[in-house]
Write a protein that binds this ligand. Structure first.
Ligand code: NAD
Length: 425
């Protein structure tokens, strides 16, 4: 059986809908490989809880804007729901559902006791003042309050949100509870119970799997990174620190290239000062599309979904793609890349460092305890490299791509949890 979802007319196919179609396709392939029955497949394809809310925002000039917000808990069979919160004008219920589903498989793949969730608000945070952003965040949190909690659903940063956003989430939840509840969110500032190592965790994880997948010295390995936000900028930094030559990076302002290798620390300073990578003096400008098609050893997409498609996949020259972003490669592109011998380290493995250290932060909060950065990094490395070896071993044994193998493991563990728990009533 192939998984049925409500149909939309072509005119309504948003990037979010495309992301959900990709996620359902990947689930369908894994379920076929695992021989899951139709009922279980449908359960795994369907979010457990989906909430759409209206968020009124009072602007500084007195106007009232109303934006849509979402929180989707895809699956909670293995533990509380866990997943980021995205502020982006293009986000919709389909995108949030796809991202929640990927979180479910990711947590199962790396062996942490969570289900998958995601949240989003369809707004551009750059268009709001800090006070408007705070009011909007607090009102959104208030609307989704019945769903979240340290034992139920734990948000974290994603595109357009950061540790300040998480502090507002924690405060709004705590004010309603009547006492401080640090475990309701991860990615918090250190002063509110954040974990050492959480800020750079996703990027550190990208570095760890890239070096493992290379299987040789990183010295001189050329890298291009799409996206220079929380994940991309530090992934570029850590890969550069490890000896790789990061020759190109991009963000929403543009792309920059220097064949001899970019000075990432200076570029981060430039981006912090000017608002983006464009105009960095020690580099040439490049188009967004050209960055993806550079002749490099490693391409790290670390921006948004659906950027490597059947249209540009035939022109991708990178030998390896390490997916810092969620869902950057469409299933059609995956087939082309596999046929061309490009190794794709899939999102649910490559960017799992974020949720792994989020889990460590939550464990520390639940025990009112804190670990050193060395302890956190050791645990991160162990979980990521363990998952990497399982995925590569299964791929080799069954002739699967790394994405297929990662999904077979993740989906398989969630299916097993359902089977062991049985169905209530
Ligand atoms: P962010 O908002 O901090 O950064 C996003 C970056 O992408 C920005 O630099 C932005 O300018 C850039 N960008 C947007 N559109 C672009 C385009 N068309 N071309 C080039 N650059 C573009 O977000 P983030 O937290 O770094 O998340 C990036 C990706 O990583 C997302 O897919 C997210 O779901 C995923 N991810 C994030 C985390 C995390 O811990 N933050 C964890 C796992 C996965």
């Amino acid at each position: 059986m192939s998984i049925m979802v409500p149909s939309t007319t072509p005119a309504l196919i948003t990037p979010g809908r495309q992301a959900l179609d990709s996620a359902l396709h990947q689930l369908d392939q894994a379920a076929g490989h695992l021989g899951l029955d139709d009922g279980l497949r449908t359960m795994l394809a369907t979010p457990r809880r989906s909430l759409t809310v209206s968020v009124p925002v009072r602007r500084e000039d007195g106007r009232l804007d109303v934006v849509q917000g979402f929180r989707v808990q895809h699956n909670v069979s293995r533990g509380p729901a866990k997943g980021g919160l995205r502020f982006h004008p293009g986000t919709d219920i389909h995108e949030v559902t796809a991202l929640a589903m990927w979180m479910t498989w990711k947590c199962a793949l790396v062996g942490i006791p969570y289900g998958g969730a995601k949240g989003g608000v369809a707004i551009d945070p750059a268009g709001l003042t800090t006070r408007e952003l705070e009011r909007m965040t607090r009102r959104y949190v208030n609307e989704i309050l019945p769903l979240i909690g340290p034992e139920k659903d734990i948000p974290a940063p994603d595109v357009g949100t950061d540790e300040q956003t998480m502090a507002w989430v924690m405060d709004t939840y705590s004010v309603n509870a009547g006492y401080s509840v640090p475990g309701v969110v991860t990615g918090k500032p250190m002063t509110l119970g954040g974990s050492l190592g959480r800020n750079g965790a996703t990027s550190r994880g990208v570095q760890i799997v890239t070096l493992a997948a290379l299987g040789r010295s990183p010295e001189g390995v050329t890298v291009a990174v799409q996206g220079f936000g929380k994940v991309g900028a530090l992934a570029a930094q850590y890969l550069s620190d490890a000896g790789c030559k990061v020759v190109a990076v991009s963000d929403v302002t543009g792309a920059v290239h220097h064949a001899g290798g970019l000075d990432i620390a200076r570029l981060r300073g430039h981006a912090a000062q000017t608002g983006g990578v464009r105009g960095f003096p020690q580099a040439d400008a490049l188009s967004h599309d050209d960055l993806l098609e550079l002749d490099v050893d490693v391409l790290v997409p670390a921006a948004l979904e659906g950027v490597i498609t059947e249209a540009n996949a035939p022109r991708i020259r990178a030998r390896m793609i390490v997916e810092g972003a969620n869902g950057p490669t469409t299933p059609e592109a995956d087939e082309i890349l596999a046929a061309n011998g490009t190794l794709v380290v899939p999102d649910i493995l490559a960017n799992s460092g974020g949720v792994i250290v989020s889990y460590l932060e939550w464990v520390q909060n639940m025990q009112a305890y804190s670990w050193s950065s060395g302890e956190v990094e050791l645990k991160l490395r162990d979980l990521m490299l363990g998952a990497f070896s399982e995925v590569t071993a299964l791929a080799a044994e069954r002739g699967l791509t790394l994405r297929q193998a990662a999904h077979v493991i993740g989906v398989g563990r969630v299916a097993e949890a359902h089977q062991m728990r049985g169905l209530y009533p």
